[in-house]
Ligand binder design. Structure first.
Ligand code: NAP
Length: 351
């Protein structure tokens, strides 16, 4: 018999913020690491597909899933030490990321303020190295603990082992987030005691200047970020969405220069590797898709990068819109967009 924390034939609409419908054969609500260890030794678990779920805020549900959804809800956050330069904090996988950031600020440990408001759990944060307004979780990650679901062994990954990149990590690159190879159970962050404000993103600097703030506190930066996000990114409880639907494309310096020649307003951000990051939202808007709908989905009127479910949308609707937007951007700019959310599929057609 399966443990009582495993439910069967579970409707997944409440488990993905885009609110796409599908069923999972099994869904395990994991609140302690011991439950996970007990489950992976269970005969019902062996040989079945598994998928590790946080809060479903970056998830595209493509259809019914005939395996185990491991819903990581492990709570807990604590100070674990400090030295002359840093404070060290451990946070369990199931903690809400933004609430955790707010807690660090309340405790007087600044550093994460630019990352407030990013949806999702702490355990999911390193997988795509979440980032916003010129900071990313990789700037602070010290190490993480993961359970190898095939071997039942705990493994510590030092930040260097995680091979973090721009919205990327070893976990993502190896497809471990799709295959359910590891469940991240805890992350450890290192916050510098020598705090400095990160205000290089134009919108932050402009808002602070408008408010007459010259030397902002961490709390003031968190307030500005919260306000900026609230203006543009719809609350999934009111309008289901999965945050940014496409990654910002990185192109060669030559292509960026050619595009800039024909489109002088195109925002371009040179990268350390010589490539140039383009703003996907700008490309979508100038390909005519900002605020436009197709079927039951659309690209949001305030933030063209956010695909929204207008009510009762299916994965098929999402697929059609994603293709239409990608084709329009490619036809206009010769740039390919890549969807950002993780696909939960039982062999369904990828986007
Ligand atoms: P924005 O300020 O309109 O800027 C558009 C894009 O240009 C952003 O995606 C950003 O890239 C890039 N950019 C802007 N200023 C930059 C600078 N000084 N240096 C380098 N790149 C710069 O962006 P937005 O759509 O309103 O989003 C604001 C921030 O929230 C962005 O950092 C965005 O990534 C973040 N955000 C993150 C998520 C997520 O993690 N899933 C979801 C929504 C928004 P970057 O994206 O690389 O920062």
């Amino acid at each position: 018999m399966l443990p009582d924390f495993v439910a069967t034939q579970v409707e997944l609409t409440p488990y993905n913020t885009l609110a796409l419908p599908a069923r999972a054969a099994f869904l395990a609500r994991i609140q302690r690491v011991e439950q996970l260890i007990a489950l992976i030794q269970h005969t019902e678990f062996a040989g079945r597909r598994r998928f590790v779920l946080g809060s479903g805020s970056n998830l595209l549900v493509a259809g019914d899933f005939d395996g185990f959804i491991l819903h990581l809800c492990i709570p807990g956050k604590r100070w674990i030490g400090e030295d002359a330069e840093h404070i060290y904090l451990a946070v369990a996988a199931g903690e809400n990321w933004s609430d955790f950031v707010a807690w660090t600020l309340d405790c007087g440990w600044p550093g994460l303020e630019n990352l407030i408001g990013i949806p999702g759990t702490a355990g999911a944060a390193p997988i795509q190295n979440i980032g916003a307004y010129g900071a990313e979780v990789g700037d602070f990650l010290q190490q993480l603990t993961a359970l190898d679901l095939a071997r039942g062994e705990t493994r510590i990954f030092d930040v260097r082992d995680c091979a973090l990149g721009y919205r990327d990590s070893l976990f993502k690159r190896e497809g471990w987030h799709l295959s359910g190879r590891y469940a991240i159970t805890e992350i450890v962050l290192r916050l510098p005691k020598n705090w400095h404000a990160r205000t290089r993103y134009g919108e932050i600097a402009e808002t602070l200047a408008r408010d007459g703030i010259q030397t902002p506190t961490p709390a003031q930066i968190a307030q500005v970020v919260t306000r900026l996000r609230a203006c543009k990114i719809p609350d999934p409880r009111q309008l289901p969405n999965a945050g940014s639907f496409f990654q910002n494309p990185k192109v060669s310096a030559e292509l960026a220069a050619a595009l800039r020649h024909t489109h002088p307003q195109l925002p371009c951000y040179p990268q350390p590797d010589g490539s140039v990051k383009l703003a996907a939202a700008w490309l979508i808007e100038h390909a005519g898709w900002k605020g436009r709908n197709l079927g039951m989905v659309g690209m949001h009127e305030k933030q063209a990068l956010v695909l929204v479910n207008r009510g009762g949308a299916s994965y098929h609707d999402v697929q059609n819109l994603s293709r239409a937007v990608r084709e329009a951007v490619f036809a206009r700019f010769g740039v390919s967009l890549t969807p950002e959310p993780v696909l939960l599929a039982d062999g369904g057609t990828p986007l």
